[in-house]
Structure formats: C-alpha cells, structure tokens
Design a protein around this ligand. Structure first.
Ligand SMILES: *[C@@H]1O[C@H](CO)[C@@H](O)[C@H](O)[C@H]1NC(C)=O
Length: 285
C-alpha cells in the first residue's frame, strides 16, 4: 500500500501510540470493573464484549478502572431487545461527593416496536435539572450504535453515531458552573425503573420476559487519565479533541437531530420555569 512506502513501520507504530484508542483492541477486562449484580454482569469473547442483565433479583453494573479529566469517550451499545418497558440502561460519567459533576445518557426502555427514549442530563457542582430527551433515528435494540461524550474545557458534546445531539457550553464567565475540576469515572447499569421510565411509569416490567440484557463493545477512551489528583495531560494535552468545537457541518447535523428527534427540552418547558429559563438556555446551539 502506498502509505507504507512513505512511512516506515516505526512511524506507523508512533501513529498508533498517538491514536492509542484506535489501534489497541478494546479490552473490558483491562478497562472495566464489574461492580454489582453478581453473574448478571459478564465480560465475554476474550474481553471484547460486556453484557449486563436485569432479572427479578437484581440489575447489574460496571465502572471504568480509570478516572478521567476531559476526554473523548466512545462506547457501542446494543439495548435490551424486545419488550424492555420499565427498564433503564444508564451510561454516564460521574465524579464523587455531594457537589459532583455528571454527564448522562439514560436509555428508557419500551414495549416491542415502541420507541426507546434517550434521556440526557448534565450536573455541575451537584446541580442537574438540565434534561433533554430524544427519540433515535434507528432501533437501538436491533444493533450496536456508538454513543460518545466529548468533554473538553470548552464544551460537552453528546453524540450518537457521530451526530451531535446536544452541546453544553462552558459559560463560567457568566457564572454558570461547568464540570472541569473533578475527575469522573465511567459507569453503566441496567435496572428496574418501572415506576417512572416508560410512559411516565404507566407501563410496568413484564417479568415473564426476563432476563433483560444490554450489550457493550468497542469502548475507546482518548482521555486525560487522572491519577491521585494528577492528570496524564499535565504536560500539555496534545489531544486533537482538546480545543474541538463543532464545525458548520456538525452544527447542521445537530440541528437536524434536534429538529426531528428531540422530544423534551428543559429550556423550552415554560410550565417548569414560569419565572424564566436558566441562564445557560440562552446559549443553546
Ligand atoms: C414508549 O412508547 C410510547 C407510545 O408510542 C411513547 O409515547 C413513549 O414516548 C415511548 N417511550 C418511553 C420511554 O416511554
């Protein structure tokens, strides 16, 4: 191939180092800890596949071994097939403590053939209440799709198969808290939330369909790893995503997704904020 004519093998190896996440195979044994649910959480296929299950006894969950302070994190997820009503699959970054930061994807299950809801939220210094919800433009239980979080000092971007669906800007200069000092770990869990998840709690879990199973593969964290209060990026981040913001094409894609698939936005919920919307709402898009 033409490429190798110009780049000796050693250069390719270097390229692999800088694109670490792309060249190193995902290995859940190396990257994740199964945290609850006993045998309901499993790592399979030599580390390349992870599954979580929910049955009458319990849900299950896992977390990343590393903590991150900024990064671009991708995961392919295939949600609970068939009737998943009443189940929630949460996939999020979170720090510890009462004034924690959090960046959330939550997938609210539904009856067979009825749409999942993708619920998103951002917590900064303990304060959340920034919910936005979406339908997806595909059936998320039919196959794996990539859910990504880009978190840098400028903004947080939620992406689905590379299409941005939501941006939360760093507007600290206007007094709006932004997650930037507390390292966050990645967490995922599958649990029973049938008191609220599907049609506001109207549709309950059908336990005759248990166990419910969600599957994960292709985890890639191109991130600054925080270790004992120090970041692996202290000597300058040297990461392409560090100053990344949305270009015109990405902005158009996001407009398309939000126009056609957004079903709830706290920034337009007049009933909830009769006295006026939170200040970050004026920075939407
Ligand atoms: C489930 O399906 C109903 C009916 O189509 C829909 O109103 C609802 O938004 C769907 N999703 C959830 C999680 O309730």
């Amino acid at each position: 191939m033409a490429f190798s004519k110009y780049f000796p093998i050693s250069m390719l190896a270097l390229l692999c180092l800088s694109l670490f996440s792309v060249c190193v195979r995902a290995d859940f044994y190396r990257d994740m800890t199964l945290t609850w649910g006993g045998p309901r959480a499993q790592i399979l296929s030599g580390g390349s596949l992870l599954t979580l299950a929910l049955d009458r006894g319990s849900g299950s969950g896992f977390q990343s071994k590393d903590e991150y302070l900024f990064g671009k994190i991708d995961m392919q997820i295939k949600l609970v097939p068939g009737n998943s009503a009443g189940t929630v699959t949460a996939y999020y970054l979170s720090s510890q403590g009462p004034t924690h930061d959090e960046i959330d994807f939550e997938f609210l299950g539904n009856l067979s053939g009825e749409p999942y809801i993708l619920h998103t939220n951002v917590f900064a210094q303990g304060k959340g209440s920034k919910e936005q919800q979406f339908y997806l433009w595909f059936d998320p239980r039919a196959d794996f799709h990539t859910y990504s979080i880009l978190w840098n000092p400028l903004q947080i971007v939620f992406l689905v198969d590379g299409t941005p669906i939501r941006v939360f800007h760093n507007a600290e200069s206007r007094g709006i808290p932004y997650p930037k000092n507390q390292p966050m770990r990645l967490y995922s869990s599958l649990w029973n939330a049938d008191d609220w998840a599907t049609r506001g709690g109207l549709v309950k879990i059908d336990w005759s369909k248990a166990p419910f199973t969600a599957s994960y593969r292709g985890f890639a964290a191109d991130a600054c790893v925080a270790n004992a209060g120090r970041s692996s990026c202290l000597n300058g981040p040297q990461k392409s995503w560090w100053a990344q913001s949305l270009d015109a094409g990405a902005r158009l894609k996001m407009q398309w997704a939000r126009k056609n698939y957004m079903i709830y936005n706290y920034c337009t919920d007049y009933k909830r904020f009769p006295q006026g919307f939170p200040p970050e709402c004026s920075l939407e898009m």
